[in-house]
Design a protein around this ligand. Structure first.
Ligand SMILES: Nc1ncnc2c1ncn2[C@@H]1O[C@H](COP(=O)(O)OP(=O)(O)OP(=O)(O)O)[C@@H](O)[C@H]1O
Length: 281
């Protein structure tokens, strides 16, 4: 039987509300306080008891409402975050189309940043050299490639980031709303690149709120809700589960609002106290 390229078992991570959590080596050795008795009240698990297998060549859409742990799941897969429970295992390197200007240095030129970020992702000097023209051509930054990055617009940085990361030979491609940035022409270019990488047999894990994009790239869908994996099926099944959950929530919210209104009306209603009966003259 084929081995999974990404495997999650009982995967969970705990955050403290209002506190930014970073990957810490200490976390690898010490169970976090949240797992022990007396955990702080404001600790919460955006993801817990998550299990799945992703196989080479799969294209999986991660679906869910805002704040339901989709980006956190991608960061766990890349290893940027360390789980507090369970594990996620990768068989192969990851090309992360996530926070595309991360890793860039503002004082270095576009050219120097391509070399830096390419090297950080494991490309050899020779590989970077052979891909360089393609990266610059894709990002349309020929006239600015020797300009320090601090003078780039945010869109220019994203274009350069996309150009570098999509040249990585890594088998796993993680995409987090990367297609939502940039203008329509750039979006079309990005879509073509991703489609090409999928044709090559890369494995895609794709976070998006766009039903069209999800259906375009993904056969399979995972719907995350309230910290757990609710549905793992076809992308249509996952989207249906997402829509049903939205409907359920909207209905529950409307019922709660109506009940609150009714209660407020009941307390505000004037109490009629009969006054003294005046004697007829
Ligand atoms: N590093 C962190 N430290 C602490 N809390 C975090 C961290 N990263 C995310 N969170 C919190 O975890 C929850 C899940 O966030 P995440 O970004 O994974 O959601 P999402 O499903 O990707 O949301 P969206 O659809 O809005 O992008 C949120 O409540 C968020 O505030």
């Amino acid at each position: 039987m084929e081995e999974p390229i990404i495997q999650a078992r009982d995967l969970g991570i705990c955050f403290a509300k209002g506190k930014q959590k970073k990957a810490r080596v200490k976390d690898l050795f010490v169970r976090r306080a949240a797992n022990q008795k007396g955990a702080a009240q404001q600790d919460f698990w955006p993801l817990r008891h998550v299990n799945f297998d992703i196989f080479p060549g799969d294209a999986v859409g991660i679906i869910g409402r805002n704040g339901t742990g989709k980006s956190t799941l991608l960061r766990l897969i890349t290893g940027v975050l360390i789980p507090d429970e369970g594990y996620v295992r990768r068989e192969g390197r990851v090309a992360p189309l996530i926070a595309l200007s991360a890793g860039f240095s503002g004082d270095l030129t576009g050219r120097e940043n391509v070399n830096l970020v390419g090297a950080l992702h494991g490309m050899s000097t020779k590989e970077i050299k052979s891909k360089f023209d393609e990266i610059v051509d894709f990002s349309e930054l020929e006239d600015f490639i020797d300009t320090p990055l601090k003078h780039y617009s945010s869109g220019m940085k994203v274009r350069l980031g996309f150009g570098v990361i999509t040249q990585l030979p890594h088998p796993i491609l993680l995409v987090d709303e990367a297609l939502a940035v940039g203008d329509a022409a750039f979006k079309r270019k990005c879509q073509a690149v991703i489609a090409g990488l999928l044709e090559e047999g890369r494995t895609l894990v794709f976070v998006s709120h766009s039903e069209g994009d999800l259906k375009k790239y993904c056969k399979r869908g995972i719907f995350l809700d309230a910290g757990t994996l609710e549905t793992d099926g076809t992308v249509e099944e996952a989207l249906d589960a997402y829509k049903a959950a939205e409907k359920r929530d909207a209905k529950a919210k409307a019922a709660k609002k109506a009940a609150a209104k009714k209660a407020a009306e009941a307390t505000a209603a004037p109490v009629l106290v009969p006054g003294p009966v005046e004697a007829a003259t």
